[in-house]
Design a protein around this ligand. Structure first.
Ligand SMILES: Nc1ncnc2c1ncn2[C@@H]1O[C@H](COP(=O)(O)OP(=O)(O)OP(=O)(O)O)[C@@H](O)[C@H]1O
Ligand SMILES: [Mg+2]
Length: 306
């Protein structure tokens, strides 16, 4: 299998700060790869290096077979990049914005390309509406239209669904999956756990360092965490009691239950021993979630930005 993205040792510094630190990553053709990590961890910076907009201080790589350092222009033509912030003209209509983009890419005939894209993304009826008056979901649709109009082989989507309602998010993901089935490769950054679970593979970055890559199952099982679910009456009181105990790294209320997570099973069991025997309290083994794993990662990585 060939890789659409293959980068190694990518490093970027801004002044004294190393915001991307020795990141190596690969994304296979046709794969939907998730890119996750806390705010300021370097996702956008990494994506910008991958699409040739930012030159890495160290490291190298290929994107769609082009050299990251030498072929920035070619990469930009072949890649669809959806920026984190809406970056279209608010006082132009959907159609006018797309016309502008079609001309940037020198698509010919421009009007036909715009018409096809409007139709493809269900934007035809709204084509005259000013971009600035669109709701979040429609703005996102316009942004997606603009980045796929030139038929890229790779999409780099930077938090494409932030602030978009659940229905529009689902439609967006259905759209992405359909296109991936046709061979499109997608790297998508997100803070949503449900979206991470819709990716073929995920990559987790924290403070510039890539901490984990793999399928959701692999990332969860490699983290080696144990989770217990506690049922009982006074959940808030139990949480208070358990927090900070040796062997317990996370205590989180989930509805009427408490999720208690630890790195060492034996130590966790010891920490829960007295609670376990208490009348009215039930302690059962639970599934460790991706969110548990990410919170654990965050707790362990040091913020080099402070
Ligand atoms: N042009 C720049 N000059 C100086 N610092 C920058 C620049 N661009 C980004 N940074 C810093 O680099 C770090 C990583 O930023 P980046 O935007 O890549 O993170 P991110 O993972 O995309 O975060 P978020 O989830 O909030 O979008 C941050 O500390 C940010 O302030
Ligand atoms: Mg970002």
């Amino acid at each position: 299998m060939t890789n659409a993205i293959e980068v190694s040792g990518l490093t970027k510094r801004f002044g004294e700060k190393t915001v991307v630190n020795d990141v190596s990553m690969s994304v296979a053709e046709g794969e939907i790869a998730g890119f996750l990590g806390p705010n300021g961890s370097g996702k956008t910076t990494t994506i910008r290096m991958m699409c040739g907009l930012l030159t890495p201080d160290e490291g190298e790589g290929q994107v769609l077979g082009f050299d990251l350092r030498k072929d920035g222009l070619k990469i930009k033509r072949e890649v669809g990049y959806m920026t984190q912030r809406f970056s279209f003209y608010e006082d132009l209509s959907i159609e006018e914005n797309l016309m502008f983009v079609a001309r940037l890419y020198e698509l010919k005939p421009a009007a036909q390309n715009v018409r096809d894209t409007l139709e493809d993304l269900g934007l035809t009826a709204r084509r005259k509406q000013m971009a600035g008056t669109l709701s979040g979901g429609w703005k996102q649709r316009l942004a997606l239209a603009a980045c796929i109009m030139h038929k890229p082989k790779l999409l780099l989507l930077d938090e494409p669904t932030a602030g978009v309602d659940p229905k529009a998010r689902r439609e967006f993901w259905d759209e992405i999956h359909q296109r991936a089935a046709d061979g499109l490769t997608v790297l998508v950054s997100t803070h949503y756990m449900d979206e991470a679970e819709r990716c073929h593979r995920i990559n987790y970055i924290s403070y510039g360092r890539l901490l984990a890559s793999g399928t959701v199952e692999e990332v969860v099982s490699n983290a080696g965490l144990t989770t217990f679910v506690v049922h009982g009456k006074n959940i808030a009181g139990l949480a208070e009691e358990l927090r900070g105990r040796e062997g317990i790294s996370q205590v989180a209320p989930f509805g009427a239950t408490l999720h208690v997570v630890g790195e060492d099973r034996a130590a966790l069991e010891t920490a829960l021993a007295d609670i376990r025997n208490r009348p009215g309290v039930e302690v059962n083994r639970g599934q460790t979630s991706l969110e548990d794993v990410f919170i654990e990662f965050m707790a362990h990585s040091t913020d080099n930005m402070l």
